[in-house]
Design a protein. Sequence first.
Length: 256
Amino acid sequence: MYIRSEIQNLLDEYTRWLKEKTQVRQVDEWVEITTPYLDRHNDYLQIYAQRRDNEYLLTDAGYILQDLELSGCRLDTPKRKALLMMTLNGFGVKLNGEMLEVHTSAAHFALSKHNLIQAMLAVNDLFSLATPMTANLFYEDVVAWLDAHEIRYTSNVKFTGHSGFDHLFDFIIPRSRAQPERILKAISSPNRETAQAVSFSWFDSKDVRPPDSKAYAILNDAARPVQAGVLDALRSYDVTPVVWSMRDQVEDELAA
């Protein structure tokens, strides 16, 4: 079990890494912020900031949705649009045309920047496998599986972690007589970056949850096998990886 000082040291290390790997430059009337987070092309995610009167506008300049459309994923069905808006609302991010945006004050700038980046990662992951050959989004597949096995859950739950950042998880299964609280995150494109993001979200959140709570990452392996490094990264932060093709192995502990 982690002691509080150890958790604080690890959080301080994460903050130092984030600061060292973030680059800022002026682009006309905007400030371009290059973050250490990678998209599915292994490019660093960038956002843009501009001061407007007494607040700041943060935006992805339309990158995430335009990139998905160029990859053959169009958000042209009511179900996909609803899932997009549900995801953005969970992070307090607005949709302006194709741009993901958030308006914030100086006092909440860091938190708003964090929420925008997390929203970009979440939207990218939700739809990255939504090609014409894919019948359903992975998130919908997980919902259908939980419903089919009568696993009770609440969807889209947000926790404020020890660092003060908000973290959105896809499902929470309440504790029962047989099992503690279980928290689930569905990852449609498992890679080291998405695994690290989920690991940090849980590591930062577990201190504010009941001490016996469990975290699970549901990993889509329909298109390709999940790399061993992804599984190890999750396990190292007490997140149980569940490969989709082997999901029946955890059915009993989730349904109990």
